[in-house]
Design a protein around this ligand. Sequence first.
Ligand SMILES: C[S@@+](CC[C@H](N)C(=O)[O-])C[C@H]1O[C@@H](n2cnc3c(N)ncnc32)[C@H](O)[C@@H]1O
Length: 183
Amino acid sequence: MYERRDKFYEKAKKAGYRARSSYKLIEIQTKYNLIKSGDVVLDIGCAPGSWLQVVKKYTRGKIFGVDIVPMKKISGVKFIQEDVRKVKFDAKFDVVISDIAPKTTGSREEDQFLSYELSRESFLVAKKNLKKKGNFVVKTFQSQDTEELVKEMKPFFEFVKRYVPKSTRQSSKELYIVALGFK
Ligand SMILES: C[S@@+](CC[C@H](N)C(=O)[O-])C[C@H]1O[C@@H](n2cnc3c(N)ncnc32)[C@H](O)[C@@H]1O
């Protein structure tokens, strides 16, 4: 994964996290109390695994991760190497988190659309597999489609909000949609 050196990169490295994106999940967790002890969690687009490392600190429940690319083992995590669009999950989850991102093409519009599709796919997985009152977070590249996705998600949760963690690079156009209390 591409990692430009900055404050969060150095912090993550020192703390033993596999990527600086760990701090984005820590910020989301601190603000929204997303994951509770005992929760069963699914992480979509989990490689190289820094979000999973963070999840392990907050729950003693089962943890699942899925990604197309291989990932170095994390103890206590069931990793599935597969395209999320093809996986059938048997389990039900208290929390679904998705930091999924497409391979960028260089065309901003195309990247935005690919990101929208993957984020929406993550939402469909959450809709199918979340337990009642469950929580969901998904990354997406900001575009007009972001509004469509937020609108589509709203009826299914008690609370839906866009959130940009401070550890997101200033140049980045990504944001997270935080959805709490699955109905
Ligand atoms: C930004 S990285 C995730 C970083 C991770 N949250 C961490 O902290 O280590 C995005 C991931 O989404 C994965 N991804 C992209 N398309 C996918 C798909 N269709 N199914 C599963 N994973 C996918 C990529 O392979 C990549 O590893």
